[in-house]
Design a protein around this ligand. Sequence first.
Ligand code: AMP
Length: 187
Amino acid sequence: MRIVLMGPPGAGKGTQAALLENKYNLIHLSTGEILRKEIKEDSSLGHQAKTFMDKGQLVPDTLLLEMMERRLKNPDCDGGYLLDGFPRTIPQAEGLAVSLDKLDLSLDYAISLFADELELVYRLVLRGKNSGRSDDTPDVIRDRQHIYWEHTAPVLDFYRSKGLLKEIDGIGSIDEVFTRIVDVVEK
Ligand code: AMP
């Protein structure tokens, strides 16, 4: 199974991604996590990404596209992958489509988790108290939400027009939301 998982910050993408990874034996590629690892390792990519990430801004498309094509080429992705937090812009979605075509790994579904914006900010402020993430503060959270609606929401239309989009209500218990996703992908 080859999946893109989308949704505004706080919609529960990471949690649902971990469950999907387990159930379907997928390689889970979270661009946020990969970038945070690069920063920890003090790599050149990490350095370039950090200035954007600390402000809650998007890291430039070319950096993301190169990083993800390199990663998707790894044969471990042949058995199925789950992209979490990528693509987040139209150029990323278009670039990804070209890479996947080239690698013969085209997508089965783009799953979008949706939820009310206020509920999401509330969830993220709570998470910020425990996560220690530098971008889980109220101001940066609001900026990340705006970026999502401005740059990432159009990606939903991109996948809708290709008949790949599945929209799922992200409000409810973790199990409830997971069941909704499973029902859709196993239909
Ligand atoms: P996340 O963990 O998915 O919330 O990502 C944390 C931060 O990493 C984002 O606020 C961006 O700065 C950066 N990032 C992650 N994925 C992408 C992407 N696909 N495009 C641009 N920036 C990204």
